[in-house]
Design a protein around this ligand. Structure first.
Ligand code: SF4
Length: 364
């Protein structure tokens, strides 16, 4: 329900839309028409749904609306990374990051305002939780960015990869996230392939089975440590679901086709970057179809206790894994000059007086 007490069409599951239209005497196929207007043509007003009769549009307008996020700020980095600060209807803000890579254009979405997982290396985690995003607000991040970059798409190609790695823990907002993912994959809508959508979690192990039952997407686990002692210090979620519990849930996760689970491993100088850590990592992931994403920590003045390892140390860690035939990617921090780690634009807006009171930021 939007602030003006009308139902939001954006983010409404198709079956609910069918029921809404049925209630005003309209046939099932009208819901498909509305879906196409919302997600293929991305109209901002019900009045523009011209294959519905005028009476139908007016009736629908009296019950429902098409809310739209407001872009408060956009920053671009030299490497092409673009970061958007969006304002929600209640004045809260979230960030969305567009990341151009060699063969794809990735959009990193937020799923909550803030986060209650409290990871120590993440400014979002340090700032606490405000509220869940609705499915409509998650989908609208995609629509707003796709529309904003439309004139340049011919050169770069469309957004073709979605990662849920922005602010928030997606599995802590599972119902809305699943609805949003289903909408993003509508064949008559935005048409994202399930293979091109990755959900990243800090490790809410029991929810993994539920996710696997409800929707088919790629999975990433934010791992970051190879002992329970260190992981519990860095990521409080590990006190509830330790490494053994999390990795057992990963082994049970239904991997469709050729999929593997991505394990994200942020390298912190002196904490988890030794060859002993690398050896444990190999052992832990031994029997899981996996690839490892090594991410040297992106330093931030508000997190002085965490440092990025030296290039030599990163290289040694990487080579150790490669020599043992693991699939490893290293991710350079993109868009550093625009504070591309999630939450940092929001934090900057707060310190310049806009309504965004929380310092925030996942290291991505
Ligand atoms: S890293 Fe992710 S799960 Fe952890 S506090 Fe930050 S947003 Fe939440």
């Amino acid at each position: 329900m939007s602030a003006n007490r009308k139902l939001s069409l954006k983010g409404m599951p198709r079956e609910v839309l069918v029921e809404l239209l049925k209630a005003i005497g309209k046939e099932r196929y009208r819901a498909d028409q509305v879906v196409r207007w919302l997600y293929r043509h991305r109209v901002a007003e019900i009045g523009r749904m011209t294959n519905l009769s005028k009476a139908c549009r007016e009736h629908l307008e009296s019950l429902a609306c098409i809310p739209r996020l407001v872009c408060l700020k956009e920053q671009a980095a030299g490497d092409g990374t673009r970061k958007f600060l969006f304002q929600l209807e209640d004045g809260e803000t979230v960030e969305t990051v567009l990341i151009p890579e060699k063969d794809r254009l990735t959009l990193c979405l937020s799923t909550q305002v803030g986060c209650r997982m409290g990871c120590k290396f993440c400014l979002t985690g340090q700032s606490g939780f405000t509220r869940q995003l609705t499915a409509g607000e998650i989908v609208d991040q995609v629509i707003c960015v796709v529309d904003r970059i439309a004139p340049q798409q011919a050169a770069r190609g469309p957004v073709n990869n979605i990662v849920l790695m922005g602010m928030g823990e997606p599995l802590d907002n599972l119902d809305e996230v699943v609805t949003a993912l289903e909408i993003l994959m509508y064949n008559d809508g935005l048409q994202f392939s399930s293979r091109r959508i990755t959900l990243s979690t800090c490790g809410l192990a029991p929810m993994l089975a539920e996710l696997g039952r409800r929707v088919e997407v790629s999975l990433a686990i934010s791992l970051n440590a190879t002992t329970n002692e260190l992981r519990s210090r860095l990521m409080p979620v590990n006190r509830r679901y330790d490494l053994e519990t999390l990795l057992a849930a990963c082994r049970r996760f239904p991997l469709g086709g050729r999929r593997r689970i991505t394990f994200e491993y942020i390298l912190f100088a002196g904490l988890n970057d030794s060859l002993e850590d690398a050896r444990r990592l190999v052992r832990l992931l031994g029997n899981i179809p996996s690839k490892i994403n090594l991410i040297p920590f992106n330093e931030h003045p508000d997190l002085p206790e965490f440092k990025k390892p030296s290039p030599e140390r990163i290289e040694a860690f990487l080579n150790f894994l490669l020599e043992r035939n693991l699939t490893v990617m290293t991710r350079r921090s993109k868009g550093a000059e625009i504070r591309a780690a999630c939450g940092q634009l929001r934090s900057a807006a707060a310190s310049s007086g806009k309504k965004a009171p929380l310092p925030a930021g996942r290291n991505s």
